[in-house]
Design a binder for this molecule. Structure first.
Ligand code: PEP
Ligand code: MN
Length: 263
């Protein structure tokens, strides 16, 4: 179902009225996690003013340490919905557990499957049947073939609205958190009709590398970007080192148009 051979034209996914795929670049931005109503609202208002068209933030966070902040859960979803409605931004947020799919699908416009769950087949089946668009992140060490087969699970469960997200993979290189595989963008576009967005925040782990890799992703043909922004990155509860300052995000948005127009 994901194959370009079965469908020649590009799939355009509608996320709460915003298209992902097709001619316009979609920019999904926001903090790693919902921390407080105030933190989310201030950050969301800043990314919207800079031109982002979708809001991201996690209410359920996959943390490497069991002692890390794991998200506010249902309370976080409520805050997300309120802020999204207030600012007119559709919401993308992660779901980690089959038991949470129904209420995350009720609150969010698009369900994110995180890198760590790309091969959680029970979750893929449940999310595939939930009736919401899905953003499927590439697994930490997943091949492109495995990633496309995970997308196939979602489509086979009845969901045609799948967005792929390249977020970096594990390599032998420790200088950056991950190695952003921009080869994947044009390669995937040859193999599948599904849209692909790039997450240079998790892909690099370092805010100063995010602008260059964002522009490179657009030049490579990405349909969109997912970028972490925090009103005060030094105080972020998760992923502060890779979160852009609002002013940095605004500057990046100002330079993206020229690259997007050139591809
Ligand atoms: C995230 O988007 O905050 C996240 C946890 O991403 P990933 O699953 O790519 O690590
Ligand atoms: Mn994060």
């Amino acid at each position: 179902l994901v194959s370009r051979e079965l469908q020649a034209h590009d799939t355009v996914v509608d996320v709460g009225g915003v298209s992902i795929g097709g001619d316009r670049l979609a920019v999904i931005a926001g903090p790693c996690a919902v921390e407080s109503p105030d933190q989310l609202h201030e950050t969301a208002a800043a990314v919207k003013a800079a031109g982002a068209t979708l809001l991201r933030a996690g209410a359920y966070k996959p943390r490497t340490s069991p002692y890390g902040f794991a998200g506010h859960g249902i309370e976080g979803l409520k805050v997300l919905r309120e802020v999204g409605d207030d600012l007119g931004l559709p919401i993308v947020t992660e779901v980690m557990d089959t038991a949470d799919v129904a209420h995350v699908a009720e609150a969010a416009d698009c369900l994110q499957i995180g890198a760590r769950n790309m091969q959680n087949y029970a979750l893929l089946r449940a999310v595939g049947a939930a009736g919401r668009p899905v953003l499927l992140k590439r697994g930490l060490s997943a091949t492109i073939q495995e990633w496309l087969l995970a997308a196939e699970y979602l489509m086979a469960a009845g969901n045609p609205n799948v967005i792929l997200c390249e977020r970096g993979i594990r390599t032998f290189e420790p200088a950056t958190r991950n190695t952003l595989d921009l080869n994947a963008v044009p390669y995937v576009k040859g193999k599948t009709h599904l849209p692909i967005v790039v997450d240079p925040s998790h892909g690099t782990g370092a805010r100063d590398l995010v602008p260059a890799m964002s522009l490179a992703a657009v030049a490579a043909g990405a349909d969109g970007l997912m970028i972490e922004v925090h009103r005060d990155p030094a105080k972020a509860w998760s992923d502060g080192a890779q979160s852009l300052y609002p002013a940095q995000f605004e500057q990046l948005m100002g330079s993206i148009g020229a690259v997007a127009a050139a591809v």
